[in-house]
Design a protein around this ligand. Sequence first.
Ligand code: GLY
Length: 305
Amino acid sequence: MRTEPILVVHGGAWAMPDSVVDDHQRGVQKALEAGWSVLASGGSALKAVEEAVVVMEDDETFDAAKGSFLTRDGRVQMDALIMDGATLRAGGVGCVEHLRNPVRAARLVLSESPHVYFVAEGAERFAAEHGMKLIDNSELVIPRERERLAIAQAKAAAGEHDLTFAGSGHDTVGAIALDVNGHLAAATSTGGTLNKAPGRVGDSSLIGCGCYADDQSAAVSCTGWGEPMMKLVLGKWAADRVQTGAAPEMAAREAIGYLSSRLNGHGGMILLDSRGRYGIAHNTPRMAWGMRHREGSYLGIEIES
Ligand code: GLY
């Protein structure tokens, strides 16, 4: 039986000023086009989420690959995960510094390795052995982020910390999809948080935290302040609710409510089930997201969830 495909993407949840809204909408729109062209031609959800995320990794607007937040020592250090809901195969990379598209390396881990997760040099060696070019970290660093890091470090030195995360800048990208064969997939990619300690890994690349996909429950991608999401295993928390009967719209709202009430966390979530029902929720002032199905597309950067 053929299913109507659908794609949902996000480009971060934070206190996005008006000045960057157009860039986020353009980036999300391009990601939708890339992912949708895969789904519309009968391609897999796995391929669609990979292609959608690559577009946002290549766009400096977002906190993924080039243009990412910098670590406290001024480097880009990235995490990504991709997961196939049909087989539960997953591939993740953490703390990579020399790859233009971490999600492509994650996809290689999924397809070409018996393992699920590689970090740092081991991940890069694996990617290089499978044909990916290694680049200099400086190719991923942009002036905007050097400036942002300098401001954050000056504030930290003055004892001012943004404990809410929501005001600190752009954020993680992700995509979830349902293909014509009724299979789900999810992918999430990030440069992590501003001024993070080298070696820190957030929610994005951890299975069940910032990314998860299972045809029997849901596909999910999260964005926001990773530590609270990791502690709550928030992606799996929401997918489990869909499996036990909640509509994705309700499950996403409940998950973000739980994030707020339990740990005062901030962020957003996109969630999709194998019937094509989706949910979008965030507790940050804004979240960039887009949805595409056969009838058309919708872009949303609303003020409130
Ligand atoms: N959600 C991105 C991070 O915390 O690393």
